[in-house]
Design a protein around this ligand. Structure first.
Ligand code: KG4
Ligand code: ZN
Length: 327
């Protein structure tokens, strides 16, 4: 089965051609990603209106490039898939209506994909992970622990009551003047910082449920930063290290609780699967490994580039995409 997939929910325009048979590992024949980071950087975050317009300008070129790279014709497709939300509505409309037009023109089925479900099922494509498994989804917009029992069969075990983890990373980066997107920048600073210098809270730790709360942690960090302002480079690195360590500790505690709930409600998980941009964080991956082993299961961590909304994170300049389209 060959599917063209389209992703326009946030700040990257992406199209991929993927093939998979039955329960086997899928093959990504092409995966073209046009990043809009440069367009949004000066605003310190994604501007929905700019994102939607950038998708309109780029999407047909990105699709043409993906089809050319996969050496696939529209006639050879078995279906056209598009992320149909949740996401920034302007972008979602661009991707979904384009997918509808291609599906209609070539008489192919349209597959409207739930954005979160796509994250939940990525491990099926990359690792053919059998159901049921425990999913830890941590992106810029979502933080959830789910029991994935089958396609369309999910039990929400926990989630954030306020900020998503990626959002907390992004807000921390903004507060410390690091830029956007914040996660990778905070991780880089944290690597040369002293996590023990600031005593930040571990919100929700020790609770029986598997919920998260991150806005208090962010506020605690802001108060610490204000106390010592103006910040030196070392202060910034130490604050990043302290913040990242607090997140890592919280994730460890909350996932242990989530895996206990999984056992009670579903049985033994076949894997702990991580997904979402935050799962690219190396410090976090280490504890995910530990938690999975403790729970008698394995960690399935799709390559960092496939944990995010789109992959791989190659930066395609528009002229190159246009060239790909002409090929
Ligand atoms: O899944 P994703 O690409 O997009 C959605 O939000 O749906 O995730 C992006 C989020 C951003 O908040 C970004 O700062 C965060 O993932 N992120 C990271 C890292 N890389 C990306 N957070 C922490 N450490 C990282 N290395
Ligand atoms: Zn996502």
């Amino acid at each position: 089965m060959i599917i063209l997939g389209i992703e326009t929910t946030c700040d990257e325009t992406a199209a991929a051609v993927v093939t998979r048979s039955d329960e086997a590992i899928g093959r990504i024949l092409s995966n073209v990603v046009l990043s809009q980071i440069a367009e949004h950087a000066e605003y310190g975050g994604v501007v929905p209106e700019i994102a939607a317009r950038a998708h309109v300008e780029a999407l047909d070129h990105v699709i043409a490039a993906a089809m050319a790279e996969a050496e696939c014709s529209f006639a050879a497709l078995d279906g056209v898939a598009a992320a149909a939300g949740p996401g920034l509505i302007g972008g979602v409309i661009v991707g979904l209506t384009t997918a509808k037009a291609i599906a209609l023109t070539h008489a192919k089925p349209l597959i409207a994909v739930n954005h979160l479900e796509a994250h939940a099922l990525t491990a099926r494509l990359t690792d053919a992970t059998p159901f049921p498994y425990c999913l830890f989804l941590a992106s810029g917009g979502h933080t959830q622990i789910l029991a994935v029992r089958g396609v369309g069969d999910y039990v929400r075990l926990g989630g954030t009551v306020d900020d998503a983890i990626g959002e907390a990373f992004d807000k921390t980066a903004k507060l410390l003047g690091l830029g956007y997107p914040g996660g990778p920048l905070v991780e880089k600073e944290a690597a040369r910082g002293d996590a023990a210098r600031f005593a930040l809270p571990r919100p929700m730790s020790g609770r029986r449920d598997a919920d998260f709360s991150l806005s208090g942690l962010k506020t605690a960090l802001r108060l610490e930063a204000q106390k010592i302002a103006p910040l030196s480079d070392q202060d910034v690195a130490d604050l990043c290290a302290a913040f990242q360590q607090a997140v890592v500790d919280v994730v460890m505690d909350r996932l242990r609780a989530g895996l206990r709930m999984f056992r009670d409600q579903v049985g033994a998980p076949n894997a702990l699967v991580c997904a979402g941009g935050v799962a690219a964080n190396q410090a976090l991956r280490k504890v995910l490994h530990r938690v999975a082993t403790e729970a008698g299961t394995q960690l399935v961590a799709p390559p960092p580039a496939l944990c995010t909304d789109v992959a791989p994170r190659a930066r395609w300049p528009l002229d190159q995409v246009a060239k790909g389209a002409a090929a």
